[in-house]
Ligand binder design. Structure first.
Ligand code: PMP
Length: 431
């Protein structure tokens, strides 16, 4: 494949944009460098780059593109919204409709507020939990990524871990000291944290199904135990469903797993590809937010007409029967096919998959926590990534990220992908 135009544009990007990218995860630093491919157009399950190369896309913009690129129903909603003015600064009915749809989908949401990103949503849930409990400390799980606000950039997985800077410069020590980090899926260490700091902990922040050191499911009973222990000590439980809501099930991970948090943060997935975030939860907790209560959160762009109407259109599409069954069916074909190839070529790799999301880890052992994900073979992943890219399969350039199947992927796309995986494994075995 020829990447001449991508390389030229990236050279200009390096001059004009810090690091050549607007989000660090987009660089190829974690996969041995090189100019990231510059995409020109997305359509359904496919990307076309500025050199005219076609890709089957499994990045799905790091999760949000559940219904594929430029889905006609969502595109139409965005066009219609734009024609009526893109920003009002006044209430609109669309905000209400979308909030009602979220509440209906996710039973723990008694009240909702819209913001503009997952970062904002999580940051605000923490503030609300602190205001409600009148405590300062937060527990998070190692490797879970919750956006780039100060407090959660500690053992933050995803982008920061692939750059080898899990704790960002510029985060005051005094802030980091308010965060207690424990391993995911380890209830003993979680209990220990409460034993030491129980009466100071405002909230526990967790990705109910991890998406930021690959796809990692909670062990049986883990989330219920998190809830029980936190509540016993008067702390709130905050689910970060920025990736998981509507990805695995219409009612979110909490519905799939049958455990209810006190507060939930949403982000990228609910906007149909437009900038968005939302948070919500128990009425008595949410009442602490302005204008009803003393906890401040605001936003000029919050609830903007474009994001609201794109989000409504997305939910209309994925609410239809059979969506999640089909994502699961295709996911299983991909997983089974890859497992067979791993065996055939004797590759040291395992797969974690849930429905239409999966991760290949280059390691022998089943990955259930961040330490294990860190210890997987990054060089093998880097080789695999480039071999796949050169065959027109677009993956996230990091061993910590997931592959996301969309409603637009077909069985033929999966079979083509498996052919590319086989070629990649053959090359890796020969070397
Ligand atoms: N939480 C989770 C679980 C995420 O995956 C992300 C983004 N990858 C965020 C929060 C932050 O969202 P945003 O990038 O929209 O600020």
């Amino acid at each position: 494949m020829n990447f001449t135009n991508s390389e030229k544009i990236q050279q200009r990007a390096n001059e004009a944009i810090l690091g050549g990218v607007n989000s660090p995860s987009r660089s190829y630093k974690a996969v041995g460098g090189g100019a990231p491919v510059v995409m020109a157009r997305g359509e359904g399950a496919y990307f076309y780059d500025v050199d005219g190369n076609k890709y089957i896309d499994y990045l799905a913009a790091y999760g949000p593109i559940i219904t594929g690129h430029a889905h006609p129903h969502i595109t139409e909603a965005i066009k219609r919204a734009a024609e009526n003015g893109v920003l009002y600064g006044t209430p609109t009915e669309h905000e209400v409709v979308f909030a009602e749809m979220l509440k209906e989908a996710i039973p723990s949401l008694e009240k909702v507020r819209f913001v503009n990103s997952g970062t904002e949503a999580v940051m605000t849930t923490i503030r609300v939990a602190r205001a409600f409990t009148k405590r300062d400390k937060i527990i998070k799980f190692a490797g879970c990524y919750h956006g780039h606000s100060d407090l959660v950039l500690v053992a933050a997985g995803s982008g920061p871990s692939q750059l080898g800077t899990p704790d960002s410069a510029g985060v005051p020590k005094s802030v980091a000291q308010e965060v207690i980090t424990v391993p995911f899926n380890d209830i003993e260490q979680f209990k220990e944290a409460f034993h030491h700091f129980g009466d100071q902990i405002a909230g526990v922040l967790v990705e109910p199904i991890v998406g930021n050191f690959g796809i990692v499911e909670p062990k049986e009973g883990f989330l219920q135990a998190v809830n029980d222990i936190a509540h016993e000590h008067g702390a709130l439980v905050i689910y970060d469903e920025v990736i998981t809501a509507f990805r695995f099930m219409y009612g979110g991970a909490q519905d799939l797993l049958g455990v209810k948090p006190d507060l939930t943060a949403f982000g990228k997935v609910i906007g149909g590809g437009l900038p968005i975030g939302a948070y919500g939860g128990r009425q008595d907790i949410m009442e602490h937010v302005a204008p009803l209560g003393p906890t401040y959160q605001a936003g000029t762009m919050a609830g903007n007409p474009l994001s609201m109407q794109a989000g409504i259109a997305l939910l209309e599409v994925i609410k239809q029967d059979g969506v999640y069954e089909e994502l699961d069916r295709l996911g299983k074909i991909l997983e089974d096919g890859m497992l067979a190839l791993i065996k055939k070529y004797n590759i040291r790799a395992t797969i974690n998959r849930l429905m239409g999301a999966m991760t290949i880890y280059f390691t022998d052992e089943k990955v259930v926590n961040y330490e294990q994900a860190e210890n997987t073979d990054g060089e093998a992943f880097a080789k695999f990534f480039k071999l796949m890219l050169n065959q027109g399969i677009n993956l996230a350039p990091s061993k910590y990220e997931a592959w996301f199947i969309t409603t637009e992927h077909t069985e033929q796309d999966i079979q083509e992908t498996l052919k590319a995986v086989e070629n990649a494994f053959m090359s890796m075995t020969v070397e």
